[in-house]
Design a protein around this ligand. Structure first.
Ligand code: FE
Length: 346
């Protein structure tokens, strides 16, 4: 078995491949690592056949939809998952066949209703059901500490104690452990019964994870994250540096239109001299009257350089083929000590 563990902050994801048949699966793909999974697979001559999520993540962004599209492979999740991008729902006892590898599905609800573990050869991918020195939390949507107790003691912990544990999270850089080690030393597993486990989980008082709203929205719906939309916009527009823009303004480039896409108040508080105001929210509605010449070189700018990227991408889609975004925003422009002008333009 070919095996790669890819860590992103505390998130752990995995590529497992069959040496003989060159088939592979990615488990718990993370949004910033899509190119890495594809590159790792290519390096080892593997074709990604399945993209598997062990559960609906609430605390980070799944890349499964995106990776599946690029690898032309189905997304696999437990049948309790409501995410619409799932192509293949699996159930307890099913096997996902990856070449000669057999990934055995264990439905282990508790952290979420759709949580599952995957056993393959000498190891088990535990998702957030069992972590090294911990368990997944049960206080987020569809979590249930009683169900987690049943999944752990009724199923997962009954397996061979020598099985290697590869979780979906590990914040201490340990990478893996074994079921036996967890049984012996994982503090959450040192309880005398179900009631004590439920009480322990109830008393954890964990803070809400960052990005929970956006993670649930995008992971449940297959929608896009804000970072993804920005990255897609950035991939289709060229940029102009702050220094280049300053130079062109000083030279009096007659071809140039600096388009400030912030709101009026921000614009009047200080803008690039000569910049034209067209707030992002009104772009599509006012573009025909405000930007009559589609052949001009339009440079969009905003406060931090993000909204201007979206605006430039929109302009390009509408036929302004020379629209570019400023590489940086007004904040950087001011930090460079470049000139600004307050109030309305004449
Ligand atoms: Fe999780």
């Amino acid at each position: 078995m070919l095996f790669e563990q890819v860590a992103t902050g505390g998130c752990q994801s995995y590529l497992v491949g069959c040496r003989e048949t060159c088939a592979a699966a990615v488990i718990d793909a993370e949004a910033s690592q899509v190119d890495r999974y594809l590159a790792l697979a290519a390096r080892d001559g593997l074709r990604i056949r399945y993209v598997i999520d062990t559960h609906t993540h609430a605390d980070h962004f799944s890349a499964s939809g995106q990776l599946a599209r690029q690898a032309q492979a189905p997304v696999v999740m437990h049948r309790a998952s409501t995410a619409p991008m799932v192509d293949m729902h699996v159930d307890d006892g099913d096997m996902v066949v990856v070449g000669k590898l057999r990934l055995q599905v264990l439905h282990t609800p508790g952290h979420t209703r759709d949580s599952m573990c995957l056993v393959v050869e000498d190891r088990v991918f535990t998702g957030d059901t069992l972590l090294i020195g911990g368990t997944g939390r049960t206080d987020l949507p569809t979590g249930d500490s009683g169900a987690l107790y049943d999944s752990l003691w009724g199923k997962l912990l009954k397996l061979d104690p020598a099985l290697l544990v590869y979780p979906a999270h590990d914040y201490h850089g340990r990478g893996h452990s074994t079921l036996g080690e967890e049984l012996a030393s994982n503090p959450r597993l040192q309880v005398k019964d179900r009631a004590e486990f439920i009480a322990t989980m109830r008393n954890l008082n964990l803070g809400m994870p960052q990005h929970i709203t956006e993670a649930l929205r995008t992971n449940l719906s297959g929608g896009k994250t804000v970072a993804q939309m920005l990255a897609e916009a950035a991939a289709m527009v060229p940029f102009m540096s702050l220094a280049q823009l300053k130079e062109r303004i000083e030279k009096g480039d007659p071809d140039l239109v600096v388009l400030d896409v912030r709101e009026r108040d921000a614009y009047q508080g200080g803008h690039i001299p000569g910049a034209q105001l067209l707030p992002r929210g009104q772009l599509e509605l006012r573009v025909n009257q405000d930007l009559p010449d589609p052949t001009r070189r339009i440079v969009t700018c905003c406060e931090f350089g993000r909204i201007s990227t979206l605006a430039a991408a929109t302009l390009r889609q509408m036929g302004f083929q020379r629209a570019v975004a400023l590489d940086g925003g007004m904040q950087s422009w001011r930090e460079m000590g470049y000139p600004t002008k307050a109030g309305a333009e004449p």
